[in-house]
Structures are given as C-alpha cells and as structure tokens.
Design a protein around this ligand. Structure first.
Ligand code: IPE
Ligand code: IPE
Ligand code: MG
Length: 235
C-alpha cells in the first residue's frame, strides 16, 4: 500500500545539531543571545511539526560539554532559556502528546533548571506521540564513559556477566537506553562536524547539513531533509 510505504519511510528518530544562532544574530547586528532567544521559536516550530509527520523521537543538541568554554554570561543565558522553555512549554507539550526526556550530565547544571526539567518530565510522562529528547550538558564521549561506569557498577553488584557484555548490552547503559538510534542527523549553519553528538548511536544514520541558521529553520527545511533522507535510504 503506498500509504504504508510513506509512513515507513519517515525517519523514526531525527536528531538535530542546532547551530548558527550566533551568526544569525551577528548578521542582524544583534548580540549572540538574541540568536539563542530566536532559536527557541525554531524549537517550538519543529516540536509541533514532528508528531504531525510521524516522527517518534526528536533529539535536540541543546548544550554540549564543550559549550562550558563559552563566556559565562552566554552560558548563563542558555541555562535560563532552557529553564524558561521547560516551565512555559509544559501545557503545549501535553496538548500535543509530547513527552520530555533529557540526556546528559546533571552535574554543573543550575539546580533551578534541574527542578524545572524534572517537573516537565513528570508532567509530560503520558505523551505518546513524540519523545522530545533534549541533549543538555551532553557529550558523546562523556556518555560512553558514564555508560562504562554504570556497567562496571552493575558488574560489582553481580548483575553483569562480563562475557555477556556486547554492543547491545552496552547500549542499555547509555543515556539513550530504550530509544531507537537516530535515522537522520540534521546540522544547520552549514557545518559538517558531529561535535561529539551521539557518537555511539549514529553508526547507521544519514547526515544532512543545510546552510540555514537554526533560528530560520522551519517546516520546509525539515520536509526537505526528510525527502533527501528518503532518497538516500533507497540506495
Ligand atoms: C548553536 O548556535 C547554539 C548552541 C550551541 C547552544 P551557536 O551559538 O553555536 O551559533 P554560531 O555557531 O556561533 O553561529
Ligand atoms: C554544537 O554546536 C553544540 C550544540 C548545538 C549544542 P557548536 O557550535 O557548539 O559546535 P562547534 O563549536 O561548531 O563544534
Ligand atoms: Mg556554533
């Protein structure tokens, strides 16, 4: 059935490296933080569209372990933007059947942000259309180190047989345990780097880059990415 084909070829898990907020602002003679603020609107747009087109998991690279090296004021602004998002979006997320999930290290994040995230995670736990997975204080290498620590702790408790440790078992200790691996990775602002994003999980993913800056990313770009993903996965 053509309808079924169409549904099957929509990527289940789309992961986005949201880049270019600073350049977007610079282009307009605005401070970098204005770009981050505008980026939140793009997040709202994409989160609304994903369930409509059948995407089940959307991972957004929100703050990397490397991003701590940015100026303190910019880091503080980003943390505040995340907290505001978690507080203000809950009702809309619930309405659209979106469940919030967060991956990354909690250490270093402001406690008020962690509280806002926990509350939003709790209040959206019934969402069954889309998992919105925020990668926050996330690094792919840190994730693999943390997974190794968790596996060692399980071994010490007598719950893990080292001979049984294979790629599938190891995957259960990653932050993304239980989630499908990304089918499509999108990066905005024209860069081709992975920047330490989901480095374990992207083995089979298609990478798609667009010159568009993140605050300008909209439905038309997402649909273009999906069309090109569908073309690329045919061959
Ligand atoms: C991405 O935009 C946002 C985050 C990293 C949080 P940038 O801030 O990296 O924007 P550019 O790359 O400087 O344009
Ligand atoms: C990647 O963007 C990190 C996030 C989108 C959170 P960056 O702008 O921080 O990455 P680099 O510096 O280009 O690698
Ligand atoms: Mg950047």
């Amino acid at each position: 059935m053509p309808g079924d084909d169409q549904i099957n070829s929509v990527p289940r898990h789309v992961a986005i490296i949201m880049d270019g907020n600073g350049r977007w602002a610079q282009q307009r003679g605005l401070p970098r933080v204005a770009g981050h603020q505008a980026g939140v609107e793009a997040v709202r747009r994409v989160v609304r569209i994903c369930p409509e087109i059948g995407i089940r998991v959307l991972t957004l690279y929100t703050f990397s372990t490397e991003n701590w090296s940015r100026p303190e004021a910019e880091v503080a602004f980003l943390m505040r933007v995340c907290e505001e998002y978690a507080r203000r979006e809950v009702a809309e997320l619930r309405r659209n059947g979106v469940r919030l999930n967060v991956i990354g290290r909690r250490t270093g994040l402001p406690s008020s942000l962690c509280a806002a995230l926990d509350q939003a995670i709790d209040e959206t736990c019934d969402g069954d259309k889309l998992i919105l997975n925020l990668a926050l204080n996330y690094g792919g290498r840190a994730e693999i180190v943390d997974a190794s620590r968790a596996a060692i702790a399980a071994y010490q408790r007598g719950e893990l047989d080292p001979d049984a440790l294979d790629e599938t078992t190891f995957g259960r200790y990653l932050y993304t345990a239980g989630l499908p691996e990304p089918d499509l990775v999108i990066r905005t602002a024209g860069e081709m780097r992975l920047s330490n994003f989901l480095i374990w999980q992207v083995v089979g993913a298609i990478f798609w880059s667009t010159p568009v800056y993140w605050p300008d990313f909209d439905r038309q770009h997402l649909l273009q990415a999906i069309r090109e993903y569908q073309e690329a996965s045919k061959g």
